[in-house]
Unconditional design. Sequence first.
Length: 257
Amino acid sequence: MRDIFEDIATPGAEQDPIRRARELSRGELPKRFYKSAAVAPEAGGFAILLDGRPVRTPARNPLVVASERAAAAIAAEWEGQGTHIDPSVMPLTRLANSAIDGVAADMDAVAADAAKFAGSDLLLYRADGPDRLVARQTATWDPVVAWAENRLGVRFRLVEGVMPVDQDPAVIPAVRALMPDEPLALAALHSITTLMGSVLLAVAALEGRITGDQAWNAAHLDEDWTIELWGDDEEASERRAYRRKEFDAAALVLGIA
């Protein structure tokens, strides 16, 4: 079980998660060995049980999370498996494994990695045309940037095109101060930040300024514009669907779903 969960790459890794999932589904997936999954109170939160026995992470730590809602959703992933266990359709379990085995041991580094997105956030780089795209970016992204400036007490520099621009040195520390201090929540925020390419959208959703759906749609504004013009691509659509499931799992943890 350990290897099967470690072998499914997370979004943004070099390995293609969809391709790897397909490879694993050709016969390497382990058979389901339990009848039912459940949740039970445990010191520090809620444990996931399979036929009454605790689930462990790839590093052999107990799979225990602070949120009962998240624990119930993780148990539902296990309960929903068929004859074989397929980690590619268990984003919450993988997120919890990552939080317990990795994030919990290095919270500062993970928080810093998420916060640094503020230095090159998606919302700060604007198109120089056509006018309708510019107008759509302005209408959708400017309110979030304005909210962030007010919330953080900083000013952001917007730029047309993709050439990097230095932001105020106070920006990243200010964003870092908004990071959750619980491992699973921090893992979830880091996940949606990397999936969207925007920590500003992530913290705006976390603080209730926008919904999770609004954040996701704002992050894909340029992509949707291209689809409107040229149509969708099957492979790109499949990748986006996979990433949306990852996003939804993290959004559930953060309560922004």
